[in-house]
Design a binder for this molecule. Structure first.
Ligand SMILES: *Cc1c(COP(=O)(O)O)cnc(C)c1O
Length: 354
C-alpha cells in the first residue's frame, strides 16, 4: 500500500478482505448459484428489437413503475405491498444498513450470507451472529437471548439460508418477528426453489420486509433486487435510494424478459428436479454427508474437501470451497446446473472417492 492511501484510509477498511470472485473463464461454473439457462433463441431477436427503443440519452424512469408492475406479476406480490428496487439485493442490504444509527447492531445467524457482515463493516455498524445448531436450524432461545442482549436494529435471515440451503422452522421465525423491535429482513433470494415464503405475512407484521432478486432465476447479469414491505416503510427507506439506481438497460431488459413467467417457472422446476437427482447421486457416495436443500445449490461435507475442490478445478469444474469457514469444516457447496453439468460434476466426485 502506498503511503498516501495508507495514511488516508479508514483503518477498519484496510483490515477488510475484499470479496473474492475467482477466475472462471471456460469453466463449468457451479460456484455462484447462477442459472445454467441462456435466453431462448426464439426470444433474442424480439428482445433486441425491444432494447433498440431504450432512450439512452435520457435518465432512466426514476421509480421504474413499469418494472415494478412486471415484478408484481412475476412474483405474485400482494397489491397492498410496496416495493423498492435495488441494483441487486446487495444494494438493498446496504440501504437498510444506511438507515441505521451510529452504534446500532445488525443481527444474523452463522453460517449465513457473508454480505450481511461485510456491509455492517462498511457502514461501521455492530454485527452479531447466533450460531445455528448442527442441523443448521435456528436455536430460538439463543436468538431470543441475543435479541434481548444486543437490541438489534436489523435482523437478517436468509430463507432458505445460504450457504446451508435449508429453510428454517416457520414458527421459530414468527417468534423472532414478534419478539423484537428490530426490522426483520427475510432474504428470499431462493424463493423460486423453495416450498415456503413469507410473502403473505408482510401485512401481519409491521416489522417484516422481504428481499428478493432475479439473480437466482436466470438474470444475475441484470443486477436487480427488490425489497417488499408495507407502504409506509418503503416510502421512508426510498429516501436513501440513489436517484436512477436501476439503469435503463436493466429496466428495459427486465420489462421484456420477466414477462416470460411460464419459462421462468419451468426453468426453476427443472432445477428443482435436477437438485433431487444431484442430491441422490451425492448421497449414494458413502463418504459424503449431504444437507437437504430448498435452494438451487447443495451443501455437502466431504472428507479431504480441499483436495476434492482442487481436483474438480483441474477438471474444469468450479464449485465453492467453504471448508475453512467457521462451522463448515470440510464443506463444499455446488450450484445445481444443467443435467449435463451436474453429470460432469458427479463423475469427478464419484471417481475421487471410488
Ligand atoms: C445471492 C444472494 C443475494 C444477492 O443477490 P443479488 O441480487 O445478486 O445482489 C442476496 N441474498 C442471498 C441470501 C443470496 O444468496
Amino acid at each position: 500500500m502506498n503511503n498516501f492511501i495508507n495514511n488516508w484510509l479508514r483503518p477498519d477498511i484496510k483490515a477488510i478482505n475484499a470479496y473474492h470472485v475467482p477466475a472462471s473463464e471456460n469453466m463449468v461454473k457451479l460456484d455462484a448459484m447462477e442459472s445454467p439457462f441462456p435466453l431462448p433463441d426464439e426470444l433474442i431477436e424480439q428482445y433486441l428489437a425491444y432494447l433498440a427503443n431504450a432512450q439512452l440519452n435520457r435518465y432512466p424512469s426514476p421509480n421504474a413503475t413499469e418494472l415494478q408492475q412486471t415484478l408484481c406479476a412475476l412474483m405474485d406480490i400482494p397489491a397492498d405491498c410496496s416495493m423498492l428496487l435495488g441494483n441487486g439485493s446487495d444494494e438493498l442490504i446496504q440501504l437498510l444498513a444506511l438507515a441505521c444509527d451510529t452504534n446500532d447492531t445488525i443481527l444474523s445467524v452463522e453460517p449465513s450470507f457473508v454480505m450481511y457482515e461485510m456491509i455492517a463493516k462498511f457502514t461501521r455498524l455492530n454485527y452479531q451472529s447466533v450460531d445455528l445448531n448442527d442441523d443448521f436450524e435456528i436455536d430460538l432461545n439463543a436468538m431470543l437471548l441475543a435479541i434481548e442482549t444486543h437490541k438489534p436494529k436489523l435482523i437478517f435471515i436468509a430463507y432458505p439460508n445460504n450457504p446451508t440451503g435449508n429453510t428454517f422452522d416457520r414458527t421459530t421465525i414468527e417468534k423472532i418477528i414478534t419478539s423484537t423491535h428490530a426490522l426483520v429482513v427475510l432474504d428470499e433470494a431462493y424463493y423460486a426453489h423453495a416450498n415456503d415464503s413469507f410473502l403473505d405475512d408482510i401485512k401481519k407484521y409491521p416489522n417484516l420486509v422481504l428481499l428478493r432478486t432475479v439473480s437466482k432465476i436466470g438474470f444475475a447479469g441484470l443486477r436487480l433486487g427488490l425489497l417488499i414491505g408495507a407502504q409506509d416503510t418503503v416510502e421512508q427507506l426510498d429516501k436513501l435510494r440513489l436517484p436512477y439506481n436501476i439503469n435503463t438497460l436493466t429496466q428495459v431488459s427486465a420489462n421484456f424478459l420477466l414477462q416470460e413467467k411460464d419459462e421462468i417457472s419451468k426453468n426453476a422446476q427443472i432445477i428443482r428436479n435436477e437438485r433431487t437427482k444431484l442430491s441422490a447421486a451425492l448421497s449414494a457416495i458413502n463418504a459424503l454427508k449431504v444437507y437437504p436443500s430448498q435452494a438451487n445449490f447443495i451443501l455437502f461435507k466431504a472428507p479431504n474437501a480441499n483436495e476434492l475442490f482442487i481436483t474438480l478445478k483441474q477438471k474444469g469444474i468450479l464449485i465453492k470451497n467453504l471448508s475453512s469457514a467457521p462451522k463448515l469444516t470440510d464443506c463444499l457447496r455446488v450450484t445445481v446446473g444443467s443435467n449435463e453439468q451436474n453429470q460432469q460434476f458427479i463423475d469427478v466426485v464419484e471417481a475421487f472417492y471410488g
